[in-house]
Structure formats: C-alpha cells, structure tokens
Design a protein around this ligand. Sequence first.
Ligand code: BG6
Ligand code: MG
Length: 213
Amino acid sequence: MPKAVLFDLDGVIVDTAKHHYIAWRALANELGFEFTEHDNERLKGVSRMDSLNILLEVVGIELPDDKKALLAEQKNEQYVRAIKQMDTSDILPGVTDFLHALKEANIAFALGSASKNAPIILKNIGLLDAFDAIVDGNVISQAKPDPEVFLKGAKLLGVAPKDCVVFEDAQAGIDAGKNAGMYVVAVGDPEVLTGADDYIKDLSAMTLTRLEH
Ligand code: BG6
Ligand code: MG
C-alpha cells in the first residue's frame, strides 16, 4: 500500500479545466484566432505564462513580454470570475468518498498543483483544510513536467517518492509524477494521455485495493 497520495487539482479534484479553456479561447478569439480543445490539451498542467506561450506558438504570433504579462492577467481575471462561482457541487465524482477512504486508512494526501489560484478554489469547494499539505503554483519554481511540485509534496508528508501515488489529468503532470519516481494514475483518456501506470475516468473508479498496485 502506498504511504501517500498526491493530487493534481484542476481536472482531478474539480472541473476547472473547462474554465481555463473558455478563458484561453476567449483570449485567442480576441487576438483574431481560433483555439480548439485539441490545442488546449497542451496547456493542461502547465503554468499560466507557459500556457500563454504555447497558445501564441499555436496561433503563430510573437509578442513582447509586457504585452504577454497583460494578456496573462486578462485571462486570469476572466478565469477568477468563473472560479468565484464554484461551490461543493463542482467537486468531481468520487473525490469526496476517496478522500474519506484515505483518511480512514491513515494514508496522507497532499495537493500538487501548478495553479496560483488553488487556495481560492479549495476554499470555495470546502476542501482547504482537507489536505495534509498543499503545494501549488505560489510555492514552486519549476513547472510540470519538472518533478518539483510532487517531490515537495512528498517531502512535506515525510514519505519517499517511491511510496507515493500521483493522480493527474495532464500529460505534463503524468510526466512530472514519473520524473519524481512515483506511481502515476492518469485521470482521463488513455488515447490522449501516455506513460501512466493506471488509467481511470474519474475518482469514482478508485478504491484502496486498486491503489495497492
Ligand atoms: C494547472 C492547470 O493546474 O494550473 C493549467 O492545469 C493552468 O491549465 C495552471 O495554466 C496555472 O493555473 P493558474 O490558476 O495559476 O493560472
Ligand atoms: Mg490538471
């Protein structure tokens, strides 16, 4: 049995992935471009500025840093308006039951997210105090697929990386978990996400027995 579990936030605990996409698409449209869900897949799990750089690469334009800072801020304002409306009904299927099962089994769990908005989201969905540790975009210097976010989480929990399981919905996050030397469960489509140790549609498919691997 693993000793600790590390959860990505966006797309694993809560369905914020759609709000990120809507805000990035609005920005691309304003710049005069389309931005498809297929293109958006590359933005999942990566930091806000890295996401903007990928979007600009996809639409084929280059902008100076000061303009990029303004656009990233504009996207975030739209995104924050959406997440301010979130509540417990936005928690994804299976999450609440699985967190309870981990608590009962005395398995520690932490958040490992690239988002600087993680605290607002966790507060709105009532899970700010649920985690034994929180590592988010405010405390990391290297974006996924760098393993920093998960290694920091493991360290805070006092557990060796090999005894940790990561839940991730983004390719960059799956790669970060594997780079950290952890067992990775992908939350999503095996046709889209590669390199994970196990695949589930959402956390309602997860049990302590399956976690034993
Ligand atoms: C990740 C999301 O969790 O956080 C990315 O998957 C997002 O799409 C990143 O860009 C940074 O989020 P934020 O809230 O700091 O802009
Ligand atoms: Mg995610």
